[in-house]
Design a protein around this ligand. Structure first.
Ligand code: HEM
Length: 397
């Protein structure tokens, strides 16, 4: 199926994908003729509660589909994420010694809360007692105060080079605001919401993907050894592995893909909705029906993947399956117009971090824990976390 299918009519084929062995007989899907779905479009804004956490949906991920979303997404893609100089979000370590980190954690918790009143209107009276509104107001106020300080500091400071030696996200967005002030003014709240996106959508996901990959490698010593051999051969005695070295490390790329497949960091993609009435496999689907794609389940579907529960990076060496939204059986970064704009950035960060870790270090589990005992359970939430915190020891080779 072509990626543009998310925008136009999508045709699903029941044929097994070309790159996988046919499934065993008992798993053969029923013979259903190909179905034509109506065009899907990205859905409306996030529920009220999440919208309020992000400056009333002014961020990219929750902005309703339309002109505003198109503009701020292109600001992110063109000015923030394609800019090789951008290494840091805010230029220096803000929030050290303050409770900013705790407020961010509280925000993540509130994003995962599902108050009954949001879905069952007649229970709206419970809203007065569950305390969620108060917690939202408190966290929004604290985070806003923090951003006000950061914006003011960036505005007054004369030197435009950040501590890390380049422009940071805030510098770039403030420049953009100044340049556009006369014809299409950009509010400070929009800037704050975009920076929130970079934290919210960018950091946790990238970190968790790395954590899952390391956990799988420690549980699979043969895979770890193959990866270390590759990285050590390419990087040799170099002190620093560079992005150009990564292109010579196909196994490293396969390891990260396989980890993203098995532990899809964002299990449910952003909601879409159907644009016209239709009938799918005998079910009537009304126009405006919200469609939530479970990328996690698709990545583990035994009809699509051979031994899906096994961590086997080699499967990606044998195929050209990629995560950029072309192969719909593997969409850890989503697909279509609303697909993740940070994919290149995130993959580069994770590949580089993984390569650096296995280049100079060997790893083991503490306190005599066996590999089989390593807890791989996932916690619930918008991103898949390890239920038990991951701990390992490392020693330099
Ligand atoms: C391993 C890391 C990451 C994963 C697995 C990931 C995954 C995703 C997924 C699944 C979506 C929804 C796509 C859809 O529904 O089709 C998304 C959207 C988004 N991601 Fe990422 N992401 C990652 C890293 C990043 C980074 C580093 C940034 C930016 C610094 C970022 C920014 C965004 C934004 C702004 C959106 C919303 C796009 C829109 O609504 O137009 N992500 N991401």
């Amino acid at each position: 199926m072509a990626p543009e299918a998310l925008g136009k009519a999508a045709t699903f084929s029941t044929k097994a994908p070309y790159h996988r062995k046919p499934p065993p007989a008992r798993l053969t899907p029923p013979q259903i003729p190909p179905v034509t779905l109506p065009p899907l479009r990205p859905s409306h804004a996030a529920p009220l509660r999440q919208g309020r956490l992000f400056y009333n949906n002014r961020n990219v991920a929750f902005a309703p589909y339309g002109e505003y979303w198109r503009q701020i997404r292109s600001v992110c893609v063109l000015h923030l994420l394609s800019n090789k100089r951008v290494q840091v979000a805010l230029g220096k370590k803000y929030g050290v010694g303050s409770d900013f980190k705790e407020w961010l954690t509280e925000m993540a918790v509130l994003m995962g809360v599902v108050p009954l009143w949001e879905y069952i209107p007649w229970l709206s009276w419970t809203r007065r007692f569950d305390g969620v509104d108060e917690r939202i107001m408190r966290v929004v106020k604290k985070i806003n105060e923090f951003f006000e300080v950061v914006i003011q500091e960036h505005r007054v400071r004369e030197r435009r080079e950040s501590d890390a030696g380049g422009l940071d996200f805030m510098d770039i967005l403030l420049d953009f605001q100044r340049e556009n002030a006369s014809h299409s003014p950009i509010e400070d709240d929009t800037i704050k919401a975009i920076i929130m996106d970079m934290f919210g959508a960018g950091t946790n996901t990238t970190l968790k993907a790395l954590e899952w990959a390391m956990s799988e490698l420690i549980r699979n010593p043969t895979t770890m050894k193959t990866l270390q051999d590759e990285v050590r051969e390419v990087a040799g005695s170099k002190d620093e592995i560079g992005e150009q070295d990564l292109d010579k490390m196909p196994y490293l790329k396969a390891v990260l893909k396989e980890s993203l497949r098995l532990h899809t960091p964002v299990p449910l993609l952003l909601p879409r909705e159907s644009t016209q009435d239709t009938n799918v496999l005998g079910y009537d689907i009304a126009s405006g029906t919200r469609v939530i794609v479970n990328a996690w389940a698709i990545s583990r579907d035994p009809l699509l993947w051979e031994n899906p529960e096994e961590f086997r990076p080699d499967r990606f060496l044998e195929t050209g399956v990629d995560f950029r939204g072309v192969h719909f059986e593997f969409t850890p970064f989503g697909a279509g117009r609303r697909g993740c704009p940070g994919v290149t950035f995130a993959v580069a960060v994770d590949e580089l971090a993984l390569a650096k870790l296995v280049h100079k270090f060997d790893f083991g589990l503490p306190n005599g824990v066996n590999m089989e005992e390593l807890d791989m359970n996932e916690s619930r939430g918008m991103t898949t976390h390890k239920k038990c915190p991951f701990a390992c020891y490392s020693y330099s080779t």
